[in-house]
Design a protein around this ligand. Structure first.
Ligand SMILES: Cc1cc2nc3c(=O)[nH]c(=O)nc-3n(C[C@H](O)[C@H](O)[C@H](O)COP(=O)(O)O)c2cc1C
Length: 158
C-alpha cells in the first residue's frame, strides 16, 4: 500500500532540518512519497484533509517549541480543528542537560495533536544532544520500523 508522508520541521539552528532531510532520503521510495515542509508560516490548515505526518522539532527557551513552530502550535491551540483523520509520529530533538524540559517541543506537539483527536503511531523518538549520538543517524534507524508500523495500521484500517 502506498503512503504519502508530510514531514513538518520546527528548528532554530537547522539540526531538525538536517534530520528531516535524512528521514526523507531514508523513507522516500516507490511506496512512500515524502514531502518536507518547514513550519514557518504554516497554520492548523496544513492538517486539512488528514493524512500521515511526522513532526520533527527541537526545543528552546523554557521547554518551548522553536520560533518557526510557534504560529503552527498556537494555531492548533486556538482553531482546535478535528484531527481524527490525522496519523502522526514525533521526532523530538533536545538535550538532557535541560532535565525538566527535555524534548518538550516535540512533547507539546504530541499532546496537542492527541488532544485534537489525531492518532500517534509508535513511540516518539527523543534525541539527546548530550548523548554523543548523531540525531540524523538515530532518526534514520527509528524511521524504518516506524513507517512499517504506519503501513500495517493503514492496512488494518482499509
Ligand atoms: C538556548 C537553548 C535552549 C534550549 N532549551 C532546551 C530545552 O528546554 N529542552 C531540551 O530538551 N533541549 C533544549 N535545547 C537543545 C536543542 O533543542 C537541541 O540542541 C536541538 O538539537 C537543536 O535543534 P535545532 O538546531 O533544530 O534547533 C536548547 C538549546 C539552546 C541553544
Amino acid at each position: 500500500m502506498d503512503v504519502d508522508l508530510t514531514i513538518l520541521v520546527g528548528t532554530m539552528t537547522g539540526t531538525a532540518q538536517l534530520v528531516a532531510q535524512e528521514l526523507e532520503l531514508t523513507l522516500d521510495d516507490e511506496h512512500t512519497r515524502v514531502q518536507t515542509k518547514l513550519m514557518d508560516a504554516l497554520d492548523a490548515g496544513v492538517f486539512d484533509g488528514g493524512g500521515l505526518f511526522l513532526v520533527c522539532t527541537s526545543t528552546y527557551g523554557q521547554g518551548d517549541v522553536p520560533d518557526n513552530a510557534k504560529a503552527l502550535y498556537e494555531s492548533l491551540q486556538t482553531a482546535r480543528p478535528d484531527l481524527s483523520g490525522v496519523r502522526y509520529g514525533i521526532v523530538a530533538l533536545g538535550d538532557r542537560t535541560y532535565a525538566e524540559t527535555f524534548c518538550n517541543g516535540g512533547k507539546r506537539f504530541d499532546a496537542i495533536l492527541a488532544e485534537l483527536g489525531a492518532k500517534r503511531i509508535g513511540e516518539p523518538m527523543l534525541h539527546d544532544a548530550s548523548a554523543g549520538t548523531l540525531p540524523e543517524e538515530v532518526a534514520a534507524e527509528w524511521a524504518g520500523p516506524w513507517i512499517a508500523r504506519c503501513r500495517e495500521t493503514s492496512m488494518l484500517a482499509a
